[in-house]
Design a binder for this molecule. Structure first.
Ligand SMILES: C[S@@+](CC[C@H](N)C(=O)[O-])C[C@H]1O[C@@H](n2cnc3c(N)ncnc32)[C@H](O)[C@@H]1O
Length: 423
């Protein structure tokens, strides 16, 4: 299999961290772009990126690219690929189309034309056409259209990479995607090394941040518990031995965490649920769970790093001693109970958490003002469709970086997108 061009998409804001990650995994030059990174790779690297990347959403292999004006051009573009090199007629396919400023009338019709081209090619070369399977296709294709250029990819991941294989989807309020939890840790510069110190998520929900941190600290590859689309594709079959050896090597290198990780939630049910997730993720020994109200909870260690996404006004109400019950109509961020919750959190941290650094993911640009704390960094990140910032607060003993209760600033001029260096 000759090397090909890959694109690894990620959430907006994650590009610099993904660039660093892919560079380290591939030991070669990576080209950062909008919404992802590009790299040249062979089959072995495709497998490694699927197994090891914590930050990318998929590993896409580019099979065709060209200018287009309409659906006929898309059909012709897809006909340039020898699809019998990828699947047999007994296998299945699905086509997903994404577009930005595309001149086509219907994305569904664009997908249909790509499907027709694959089927026609296989009928000619192998005597029969494959079926479509929208649930679990052998060949997932992604067509991306911009104003003039069409790019067709084979999605070598299949199920998106944030699905690590340990989550029980039956419960859990507003869990973070695993890839975003990994991005928070990357932005915080916390890599699970002894020198990074303890990590604590005091409102852990389903446990995503703590589990991602524990897998990092134990050097457990994020893809060890799942399957990938490439495993069913012809070009990768010749590399089956390499793939098995790669998975075994990843299992063999798992180690005990060198740093303690703490997590808990005001809800006993959620703390229990997170703990069961940690068992499924193989990292229960690395995380100390304890239910509790983060507005009262003493620090679990003398110093360390907190990474959390507290309840958002829009989605979840905070619970606990400092948050009064609120009427249902008070849903907006900044409603009085949210303000008092974050003021109480800041007061608790100032008093009891000197020496700690807190990283809070929030959609509320005015959060530092509400907490009367001056952030030392703010990193723009998107949580799905919600624009957020990851704020860093340093709890310095005796000399708090406190600011007066002036109207909260919405100034984003201190925005920092550069990856944190080693902590
Ligand atoms: C947005 S969710 C966190 C989601 C989590 N990061 C995950 O991936 O599942 C916020 C969590 O904060 C918890 N919470 C609300 N008030 C709290 C408090 N006072 N102390 C601790 N946890 C609290 C909620 O129970 C909820 O599970």
């Amino acid at each position: 299999m000759t090397p090909g061009e890959l694109f690894l998409p990620c959430a907006a804001g994650v590009e610099p961290y993904l660039t660093q990650e892919v560079q380290a995994l591939a030991s070669q030059t990576v080209h950062p772009g909008r919404g992802g990174v590009a790299i040249t790779a062979d089959a072995t690297l495709v497998m490694r990126l699927n197994l090891e990347s914590r930050l990318s959403q998929r590993v896409l292999w580019r099979v065709a690219q060209g200018p287009y004006r309409d659906e006929h051009d898309l059909y012709a573009l897809a006909r340039t690929v020898r699809w019998s090199d990828w699947i047999t007629p007994r296998q299945t396919l699905r086509v997903d189309t994404t577009a930005r400023g595309a001149p086509v009338k219907s994305l569904n019709f664009a997908s249909l034309r790509i499907k027709d081209a694959v089927c026609d090619t296989l009928r000619e070369l192998a005597g029969a056409r494959p079926d479509v399977d929208t649930n679990d296709p052998d060949l997932p294709l992604v067509l991306h259209l911009d104003g003039e250029l069409a790019t067709l990819y084979v999605d070598t991941s299949g199920v998106p990479l944030f699905k690590r294989g340990w989550r029980d989807n039956r419960a859990g309020d507003a869990p973070l995607k695993e890839t975003l939890a990994a991005a928070l840790l990357a932005a915080a510069g916390w890599r699970g090394r002894a020198e990074d110190g303890p990590l604590f998520d005091p409102c852990c929900g389903a446990g995503t941040i703590a589990i991602e941190a524990a897998q990092l600290a134990c050097d457990r590859a994020p893809g060890l518990q799942r399957r990938f689309a490439f495993e069913r594709l012809a070009p990768f079959r010749a590399h089956d031995g390499v793939w098995r050896a790669m998975q075994q090597a990843a299992r063999d290198r798992i180690r005990a965490a060198a740093v303690p990780i703490f997590a808990g939630d005001v809800s006993f049910r959620m703390t229990d649920f997170a703990q069961r997730h940690a068992v499924r993720a193989g990292v229960e020994a690395a995380i100390a769970f304890k239910a509790g109200d983060m507005l009262q909870r003493p620090p679990p260690a003398e110093r360390g790093t907190m990474v959390l996404n507290p309840p958002y006004g829009e989605r979840l109400a905070p619970k606990g001693s400092g948050a009064a019950p609120r009427p249902a109509r008070e849903q907006a961020v900044g409603a009085p109970d949210m303000a008092s919750f974050f003021a109480a959190l800041a007061a608790h941290w100032k008093r009891h958490y000197p020496g700690w650094t807190g990283w809070i993911l929030s959609p509320d640009a005015k959060l530092p003002g509400r907490m009367r704390l001056k952030e030392t960094r703010r990193v723009p990140l998107w949580n799905g469709a919600i624009e957020c910032r990851l704020f860093r607060f340093d709890m310095v003993a005796g000399a708090m970086r406190e600011r007066p209760a002036a109207p909260a600033s919405s100034d984003d001029s201190q925005t920092d997108t550069s990856p944190a260096g080693p902590a």
